[in-house]
Design a protein around this ligand. Structure first.
Ligand code: ADP
Ligand code: MG
Length: 316
């Protein structure tokens, strides 16, 4: 096996110029200098082979995904990502795997303004932990607990595509497909996320499915919600894939879209900003502490449980 230090030098150490990163990769620890007037937001997430992604998943996609799931949390906090730390556990050090992994990681890090500032490299079953430090204006981080009755509930992009994509992947289909690529390469909603600071009353990223994640906002805020089934943003690819597209949108995981609450006035302000993705209003926050989904006839709707829940059941 190539030595740990060689791996770090060959694949992860890149020249950095930054006043905020006083010391980067190469010492016992990184030295960061927080910017005046900002709070720091720190997020971390682990991906384990066979649990968070199928065994044999492409190295480039693993690199992208390990960072993407963290940037999605940073976006949900209303923050701007700055520095990342990468803890890599690998069964063997293969040049092809490592270079593809690094290519995927930096393909997302660079346009996102993220500098890799440190990490750890060890041998063992494939697992990756990424930690990201981000900045947000002092006291402006968007939490889960600020939703108020009367707020609009909105989501970014389209929902349910990634759950369908994973299902297709697990069936062994190899052909490229828009649903599969939504699972392989989630796009963290960073531009929208930074606009939520000072605009949204509450936000979360959708990793476990809309109902589960909106449920976290409702619980933390002590409120309920009414969601219109017909308003869910469903892509034409998902609609073509399944008659039960709304169930994928409600309960499928791995979307990495944002779900947030805000007043009608703030929603108008947000729509006027440059958000780089579609925003769809799907319902309203209520004072009854219950999540109600209404179908076209105004009846309560309950999605059926789906098979994708078996893979990665308690994974997140
Ligand atoms: P120590 O033995 O003192 O813990 P390491 O040998 O683990 O230090 O790491 C040496 C340097 O390389 C540190 O700056 C560490 O942050 C960095 N590093 C180690 N692994 C990675 C990695 N996978 N990605 C980025 N930086 C890494
Ligand atoms: Mg170490």
């Amino acid at each position: 096996m190539t030595g740990e230090f060689q791996i770090i030098r060959d694949y992860f150490q890149r020249p950095v110029e930054s006043d905020e990163l006083r010391v980067g990769i190469g010492d016992d620890g990184a030295v960061l200098r927080p910017r005046e007037g900002y709070d720091q937001v720190v997020v971390t997430d682990t991906l384990v082979e066979g649990r968070h992604f199928p065994a044999g998943f492409a190295a480039e996609d693993i690199g992208w995904r390990a960072l993407a799931v963290n940037l999605s949390d940073i976006a949900a906090m209303g923050a701007v990502p700055r520095f990342a730390f990468l803890n890599l556990t690998l069964p063997i050090a293969e040049h092809e795997w490592l270079s593809a992994f690094a290519r995927g990681f930096f393909a997302l890090a660079e346009p996102s303004g993220v500098t890799l500032a440190g990490g750890d490299t060890t041998q063992g079953p494939l697992s990756l932990t990424v930690t990201v430090f981000g900045d947000v204006d002092e006291n402006k981080a968007v939490l889960r607990n600020g939703a108020k009755p009367g707020d609009r509930i909105c989501v970014s992009g389209s929902l349910g595509d990634a759950a369908a994509g994973l299902e297709i992947l697990l069936r062994g289909a190899s052909s490229e497909n828009v649903l599969v690529s939504r699972f392989r390469k989630p796009e963290p909603r960073l531009a929208l996320g930074r606009n939520l600071a000072g605009t949204a009353s509450a936000a979360i990223d959708i990793s476990d499915g809309l109902m589960a994640d909106l449920g976290h906002i409702l619980e933390a805020s002590g409120v309920g919600a009414r969601v219109e089934l017909s308003s869910l943003p469903i892509s034409s690819a998902l609609a073509d894939y399944s008659e039960r597209a709304p169930d994928y949108a409600l309960a499928g995981g791995d979307d990495y879209e944002l779900c947030f609450c805000l007043s009608a006035k703030k929603l108008a302000e947000l729509r006027a900003m440059d958000n780089a993705c579609d925003i769809t209003c799907i319902g309203e926050v209520t004072s009854e502490r219950d999540l109600v989904i209404l179908d076209n006839n105004g009846n309560h709707y309950q999605p059926s449980r789906r098979s994708w829940e078996h893979f990665m059941e308690w994974s997140k």
